[in-house]
Design a binder for this molecule. Sequence first.
Ligand SMILES: Nc1ncnc2c1ncn2[C@@H]1O[C@H](COP(=O)(O)OP(=O)(O)OP(=O)(O)O)[C@@H](O)[C@H]1O
Ligand SMILES: O=P(O)(O)OC[C@H]1O[C@H](OP(=O)(O)OP(=O)(O)O)[C@H](O)[C@@H]1O
Ligand SMILES: O=C(O)c1cccnc1
Length: 502
Amino acid sequence: MKRASEARLIKEKMMDYPDDGLALHTDYYELNMMYTYWQQGIDKKQAVFEAYFRDLPFGSGYAVSAGLEHAVQYLQNLRFTASDIDYLREVTEYPEDFLTYLRNFKFTATVRAAIEGDLVFNNEPIFQVEGELAQGQLVETAILNILNYQTLVATKAARIRSVVGDDPLMEFGTRRAQETAAAMWGTRAAYIGGFNSTSNVRAGKVFGIPIAGTHAHSLVQAYRDDYTAFKAYAESFHDVTFLVDTYDTLRSGVPAAIRVANEMGDKINFQAVRIDSGDMAYISKRVRQQLDAAGYTNTKIVASNDLDENTIQNLKMQGAKIDLWGVGTKVITAYDHPALGAVYKLVAIEDENGQLADTIKLSSNAVKVSTPGKKQVWRITRKSNGKSEGDYVALADEDVAAQPKVYMFHPNYPYINKMVTDFDARPVLRTIFDHGELVYDLPTLTEIRDFAMHSVDSLWDEYKRVLNPQDYPVDLSQAAWDNKMNLIKEIHNAVHQPDQPL
Ligand SMILES: Nc1ncnc2c1ncn2[C@@H]1O[C@H](COP(=O)(O)OP(=O)(O)OP(=O)(O)O)[C@@H](O)[C@H]1O
Ligand SMILES: O=P(O)(O)OC[C@H]1O[C@H](OP(=O)(O)OP(=O)(O)O)[C@H](O)[C@@H]1O
Ligand SMILES: O=C(O)c1cccnc1
């Protein structure tokens, strides 16, 4: 029998509070700021926060938005449970009336966001929360946590999709993912970015992603030789893929696979062999020859082993005879760019006249100066060919679609500019919650994935290439730019005349 304290410890380690929620999935400082706002009576002031990232990951020319569905779930279920309050009572100095305020918390803000599968770019808002200051503050951590990871993985996946053409892509990453939740949401993001299936059966069940898989080296090791293992496997399944590299791909694995296929005849569908080591360009060509020579011209070759867009592109360049790709570690962990670095900034706050006043965060580093004001992102495409001209970040009250022309200029190098006339302008930020009420119809995962594929297609090839793509224009409207410059000037003046209020 376990002692009670031991049992409690295990229970807590499992995060097994019957009423566990995500309200405390926030940084302590968010709660502390909420407390200050509440104590000072400004918690209900209207405020606008916006999330954006400064650099595209992986040297990519675009990013694929993912995470909104989880963010919606989070916001819909956002409440402080009894055990949350008990915990805060135990470890913080918050007075009882603040704990009561938290217990009665209800999310009532308006949220606008880039929808899943849409393309998003650096230095433009991708998620916006407009509502009570304390509410916008609380959700910062979880929203960034969700969007940062899922957008990163969807982007990595889209890059991998972009080099494989129409070849099937299997997601194999669960065992390497940063814990169970990351495996689940990560594989969903990989699917959005263009993978066809996952090896994670639970993700198949929960999200409806097609499941796929082969077998591991342990099957061969368990039977001690390729032939016996393949034979046993073939006796249990009709469609079979044999992993042929446990001992020696060309001398043992493939010959054993062919022998079993010959013996089993029509009883099996010899779908594929998988190779998971060695020089995969060379080996796949030799395997192809062996299979063809034995009459198995329709049997495919699957490759896996630390693959990503760079290795796959290289293997294709070498003429590797690989038909399907299994990718794990590098997609699920966003291996070569493990953080998107999205930030969440206060861009406007209610002033004493009840109006929204724009706010800015200054920095000696010009790229870190935030862009003040509540904004909308407009995707500008040419009517004649449907291709993107760039994104135009305007103040929320500018109706860019109604303008006859847009003057697009680089916010840091204004001499890079163009006038666009024959254009369509589509707002990227869509209303998801209106005063706390979900007003966005969440699409199915298949719809999201189709939209992502279509969105990537709408980009010029120059932005899509994996290596050194052109910079996609993300420009500020004249009004947004002037607003930023004026606020910078105002703050500089106020800092130099400390008696003036900011
Ligand atoms: N022809 C090739 N061109 C470029 N990269 C390749 C080629 N063949 C394999 N690779 C990649 O090179 C790396 C080789 O990995 P590694 O050093 O682990 O060798 P290995 O043969 O797989 O060894 P192990 O048996 O330990 O898995 C993998 O990322 C693989 O995808
Ligand atoms: O290389 P990744 O892109 O991460 O893809 C997943 C890897 O997981 C498996 O290897 P592992 O050594 O874990 O198991 P195994 O014994 O089945 O090879 C599989 O063979 C892949 O190599
Ligand atoms: O099904 C597979 O081949 C598989 C699954 C997980 C990891 N590696 C390979």
